[in-house]
Design a protein around this ligand. Structure first.
Ligand SMILES: *Cc1c(COP(=O)(O)O)cnc(C)c1O
Length: 382
């Protein structure tokens, strides 16, 4: 398999100018990813700034309520900024600094990746520009303000529907124009090579810890690892160190309202090939998940491949399912999960019931739900 190809998926379908920039990025990433100094720096910030390692919490009440396999929660919700995204942001900024970049650009849809990027840029004292569609800016005013508080410049993108897709295009254009000074910090395990491999690398700290933690607590591997899938970065990070453990089931949970793997077809989106939801005209579909972070018509190329080869399974949960799990976990464990993560919690409960109390399941709790509380308030009032 060529570097950056996952079966027929992945690759790099971009104009020549951008390809030159991405080739250089791939070389630099390959050079630093095994560099002891680089990795010591990465571990240092993960510990001192992000707050790792985070716990693998035994959800005793939930387990008792469901009846069946023990449910463990990998607590990415306890990271600084409240989700897994910061792992990747720190890794890429450290690479950007090694490459001599003096500014960072990023795209954001709902604003979560923009906030994680703005946060890390503030700490590393690097100027930061976030591209965001005008429609998204309207819907996510509070996150725009948050990014500005953190010192980032938010640039509205007016083209097309004024959403995530156009924001990515604007960031890629900007990268080609200013690549000598600028680093594009991409937020999920998507995009042209080397982004999916790079994001996976930085997020795989999740399963590096979780594998060690479960062996510590249970003395054996879990029956399954369950994670929600938007672009697929928290899921690939949670799967990575279990992929060679053939007996561990890897289960990605997509929202029914944006189920790229279950309902998509191979297509090229944002310069890479993946399973994509297309409308009748052949354009990426509008999606409508209640979880903003899962609302993307494509998915990481490695997930497309893991699905095709059968190594991972992909299932669906609806907005109503997620809302149910959101309330239940809050009430019986005192943990308010992100609506994204609640999709995974819902499916894990279903699966736990089918398994024996001797078994365990790890659910990657990708983020905390404080950001979703007012949305849930509005939904429940109706
Ligand atoms: C952004 C986000 C996701 C979805 O992104 P992936 O790349 O699929 O992980 C999931 N959970 C939370 C809390 C998020 O912020």
């Amino acid at each position: 398999m060529n570097e950056g190809n996952f079966g027929e998926f992945g690759g790099s379908y971009v104009p020549e100018g951008l390809q030159t920039v991405l080739d250089d990025l791939a070389n630099q990433f390959n050079k630093y990813k095994d560099d002891p100094d680089f990795n010591a720096d990465f571990k240092y910030y993960l510990k001192e700034y992000v707050g790792r390692e985070n716990p693998l919490t035994y959800a005793e009440n939930l387990t008792e309520y469901v009846g069946g396999a023990k449910i463990y929660l990998k607590r990415e919700d306890l990271n600084h900024t409240g989700a897994h995204k910061i792992n990747n942001t720190i890794g890429q900024i450290l690479l950007a600094k090694r490459m001599g970049a003096t500014r960072i650009i990023a795209e954001t849809g709902a604003g979560q990746h923009g906030v994680a990027t703005a946060t890390a840029c503030a700490m590393f004292k690097i100027p930061c520009t976030i591209y965001m569609g005008t429609e998204d800016i309207k819907r996510q005013a509070l996150n725009v303000f948050r990014m500005e508080l953190l010192g980032a410049k938010v640039v509205p993108v007016n083209e097309g529907q004024g959403r995530l897709k156009e924001a990515v295009d604007a960031a890629l254009n900007e990268l080609v124009e200013n690549y000598e000074t600028t680093f594009y910090l991409l937020g999920s395990a998507v995009g042209p090579h080397p982004f999916p491999s790079m994001v996976r690398h930085f997020q795989s700290i999740i399963s590096e810890e979780a594998r060690r933690q479960i062996l510590d607590k249970e003395g054996k591997l879990p029956k399954a690892v369950v994670a929600c899938v938007g672009g697929g970065s928290n899921a690939i990070g949670a799967f990575a160190n279990f992929i060679d453990d053939a007996d561990v089931r890897l289960i990605g949970v997509e929202p029914i309202e944006a189920a790229s793997i279950s309902k998509g077809v191979p297509a090229i989106l944002h310069g890479f090939k993946c399973l994509t939801l297309l409308d009748e005209a052949g354009n990426p579909s509008e999606t409508n998940s209640i979880a903003a972070g899962l609302d993307y018509p494509g998915v990481g190329p490695e997930h497309s491949y893991l699905s095709e080869t059968g190594r991972a399974e992909y299932v669906q949960a609806s907005g109503a399912d997620a809302l149910e799990a959101f309330q239940l976990l809050s009430k019986i464990e005192g943990i308010i999960p992100a609506l994204e993560s609640a999709h995974a919690v819902f499916y894990a409960m279903k699966l736990a019931k089918e398994l024996s109390p001797e078994d365990s399941i790890i659910v990657n709790l990708s983020g905390r739900g404080d950001k979703d509380v007012s949305q849930v308030f509005d939904m429940l009032k109706k």
